[in-house]
Design a protein around this ligand. Structure first.
Ligand code: ADP
Length: 537
């Protein structure tokens, strides 16, 4: 299977499970979200119902206690007893005595504004249009359940014969769209009806402890009147008008039309701030990690494949490079050995070829050995003090014939000077040789090999310049990559392994120097070796 195909297969095998995982994840998350919402709604419904029960019980207790007190109130001086009871009990808003007509408060000028309001509210009863009955409809619509049973059962009044003729109850009454509650008692059919109006505000303040404690952004339970106005609750209602209550429960007949509402909190996973976005981000991160992992593996494999390809072509070209000089050496050596060549000039030429080809072989083997040492991190350097001009002179002397044969003349600039450095002589010699070799190989049509010396502070610079075709702009950085060879009609036919420049740069960097390609105004290539004089940066 080709590399490309296996990468496509890898991505198919990676992406299909990832997409399935993401889809299943989203499906499970949305189900979990619904389940949490349902669970929270159930909990809130329970909480609202429990609060409604507690409120009912509290109201019932308040009414029963007041009823007991009303029943046991002595008949003598009833008016002043009722008035002093009203003065000391905050749960009583108004008191009254009715006997065919209102005895107290009287609808005279002396009545206070509050009393006049009270008389107006319950006008139907005080004018005789409605009877005080034990089964009391509330403003036509209220459920028909009286508190009279509660009144008697909870009253601490002794169950005497006369008690059996007692009547009484609680009347929830609507006036001007507001709820008022009236409690009454008639001990004997011929005796007056008397009673109290409940102070609902005081009752409400007693109900407050029945609500769940307030938590910032937590669930809210609130009591609303018949018009939907907020009365009390565990916290402020949500400001968002469009948000409807999640739970709505009507209170019992004690407070008809009043409702208890519940809103889910916004700080819970199942609430308004659902955990969905959070979970989706996590899921997205997981998918992104898988895809990123895939991308890293792909990149790694592509690099490995590229490396493998480069190594294969390296082996092929190196074998070819080794074979070419070896064949020449062997051929000329055999010719000389057979003693068939008698002409001394020819003999000398053959010997020169053998020397030059074995030099080429040595340089190639040195490069390969250095490459493998550098790859394994085993390359070591021996630092000595020498001068660069001396080094160049030695190299030029050894390779003079080769340079001349290739048709190049040598020009040196910047001498004499003090180009003493502390470095590895052999390594620098090899760098220089690689640069000269490249110039001889690739500067076809060129005729001048220039060496320029410069000193820049504590750095010595040696530039090797030729007047060949140079290196195209797009290739200028890549030529330093290992195994990289420019594939043009001019350079491709030349033998090479793509190692020379990468080894040269690596060795110079190891020695705290640098090898760089210079911009050149005229055609040709110029490489500069930067070598620190003291061997340090
Ligand atoms: P090799 O010479 O073995 O191919 P190098 O690493 O020494 O490997 O060089 C890399 C490439 O850079 C060469 O293949 C060649 O195309 C280009 N190159 C190097 N030096 C020169 C030069 N002086 N002129 C033109 N091209 C060059």
């Amino acid at each position: 299977m080709t590399g490309k195909r296996s990468i496509v297969l890898f991505w198919i095998l990676l992406l299909i499970p990832t997409v399935i995982l993401a889809a299943v994840g989203i499906w499970l998350l949305s189900h979990e979200q619904e389940r949490l919402e349902r669970r929270e709604l159930t909990a809130l419904t329970r909480q609202v119902r429990a609060t409604a029960d507690k409120i009912d019980l509290s109201i019932e207790t308040v009414q029963n206690n007041l009823s007991s007190a009303l029943v046991t109130l002595p008949e003598t001086d009833l008016e002043s007893r009722l008035l002093s009871w009203e003065a000391e009990n905050p749960l009583i808003r108004n008191v009254f005595i009715y006997d065919q007509q209102l005895i107290y408060p009287q609808k005279s000028m002396a009545a206070t504004a509050e009393e006049r309001g009270f008389i107006t509210r319950f006008e139907m009863f005080f004018s005789g249009q409605k009877e005080f009955v034990s089964t009391l409809p509330v403003a036509e619509t209220a459920p028909a359940k009286s508190a009279i049973e509660g009144l008697y059962s909870l009253s601490r009044a002794p169950q005497t014969k006369s008690a059996l003729s007692q009547r009484g109850g609680w009347i929830p009454w609507f006036s001007n769209n507001r709820l008022y509650v009236l409690g009454w008692v008639q001990k004997h059919p011929n005796e007056p009806v008397y009673g109290v109006e409940l102070e609902l505000m005081a009752v409400l303040s007693r109900l407050l402890p029945q609500f769940p404690p307030y938590e910032e952004q937590g669930a809210i339970v609130a009591l609303l009147d018949g018009s939907g106005n907020y009365l009390i609750g565990s916290g402020p209602l949500p400001t968002d008008d469009s948000r409807r209550a999640d739970v709505e429960v009507s209170l019992s007949t004690h407070l008809p039309h009043w409702t208890l509402v519940g809103y889910r909190g916004t700080n819970t996973f199942g609430g308004q701030n659902s955990f969905m976005p959070f979970a989706l981000v996590l899921l997205g991160l997981l998918v992104a990690t898988i895809v990123l992992g895939g991308a890293i593996i792909t990149r790694f494999s592509v690099n490995r494949m590229k490396d493998a390809r480069q190594k294969t072509s390296f082996v092929a070209s190196v074998s070819h490079e080794l074979k070419t000089p070896l064949t020449s050496i062997r051929m000329y050596a055999e010719l000389l050995h057979s003693k068939r060549v008698k002409d001394p000039e020819k003999q000398q030429r053959y010997l020169d070829i053998i020397v030059s080809e074995s030099g080429r072989l040595t340089r190639l083997i040195n490069n390969i050995l250095d490459f493998s040492r550098i790859e394994q991190g085993k390359k070591s350097y021996s630092i000595t003090t020498f001068t660069l001009d001396d080094l160049l002179a030695g190299v030029l002397q050894t390779h003079a014939i080769r340079i001349r044969t290739a048709g190049f003349s040598v020009n040196t600039e910047g001498l004499p000077g003090d180009y003493q450095v502390n470095s590895d002589r052999e390594a620098l010699e090899q760098v220089l040789l690689n640069l000269i070799d490249n110039a001889l190989k690739y500067a076809t049509g060129g005729s001048l090999l220039k060496f320029i010396f410069k000193q820049n502070g504590s750095t010595c610079l040696l530039t090797v310049e030729d007047d060949g075709p140079g290196i195209p702009g797009a290739e200028q950085q890549r030529i330093f990559d290992r195994f990289y060879r420019i594939d043009t009609s001019l350079t491709a036919p030349q033998p090479g392994s793509g190692l020379g420049l990468s080894i040269a740069r690596k060795m110079l960097r190891d020695l705290n120097g640098e090898l760089s390609l210079e911009e050149k105004a005229t055609s040709g290539a110029a490489f500069t070796m930067r070598i620190p004089t003291d061997g340090k940066d």
